[in-house]
Design a protein around this ligand. Sequence first.
Ligand SMILES: [Zn+2]
Length: 75
Amino acid sequence: MSGTSQTVVQHGASGGSSAGQACACPECEGAIRFDRPPLRSQVVRCVSCGVELEVIETAPVQLALAPEVEEDWGE
Ligand SMILES: [Zn+2]
């Protein structure tokens, strides 16, 4: 884990590309906000409906419903 969490940069209103990214949940259209730029294949959870979403694209951010993972992966 990295210790520093001072990545809150809010520069001018226009042209911002990475800070404060937000996306709409494809399931409920609730706002998904990222504290830091999301990574592709990252899975986030919608705080509104609880569905798991996978980041399929980062520029711009696109979310897709993450496949339901049944307990298949456990070794
Ligand atoms: Zn949702």
